[in-house]
Design a protein. Sequence first.
Length: 255
Amino acid sequence: MGKIIAIANEKGGTGKTTVAVNLGAALTIRGMKTLLLDLDPQGNASYMLSRIAEDDPAMYSVLANGDVQLSSIIQSTATENLDIAPSNLHLAGAEIQLASMLGRENALKRKLTAEVINRYDFLLIDTSPSLGLLTINALNAADYVVIPVSCDFLSLVGLTLLFDTIRICQEQLGSHVGVLGLVANRYDRRENVSEEVLKSLRTQFNQLLFDTIIRVNVRLKEAPSYRQTIFQYDPVCPGAKDHMALANELIRKVA
């Protein structure tokens, strides 16, 4: 049965989508069939990996319509063994639609049937930069959460709130999600602040911090403009090496 992993942080600009897309691609290189669920209304992962149109059935339809099955919207991508359940602009209205639904916190979990889960080794959920119902749905559906933390001090501010939300999901909503780890992202050795944030993460979170550090790399910024993963765009650059190292470490952690 596939492992479901939410990529989450309530602060925007931490690189969640970049990590989700390139981690997914790295897992396929390791022979893991992977599904990326785009639960971010910005739809950046869908832009990179799919050709979904504004009116195509997507994650909004799955969450808001009981008759639309998740399997019906899944698309293959240009990366072998990497599929995507895309989103479009309609997902921005999902919070309002879900608010009036019974069992709204588990709308995604209900659609993740055994038939879908068993088709993949890993299911990654790219979440929105907020702690609204979409992120709650991701946390309730997931086995684990991976938290990318950009190496600037503002990224540390929201971590307490995120951990509180995870605890509430566990204690009040019956979620079995566990924190797999935090990933230091956008690390720049030329900047003192990066090193200070990394030291702070090591002090506060110790064993929860992944050993892998994802360095600042211009190729990671360029790849999305070509609608490519880093392994399509430049498979030997530091950004590709770091995401492959992260994939290897993640596989060891969940084995």
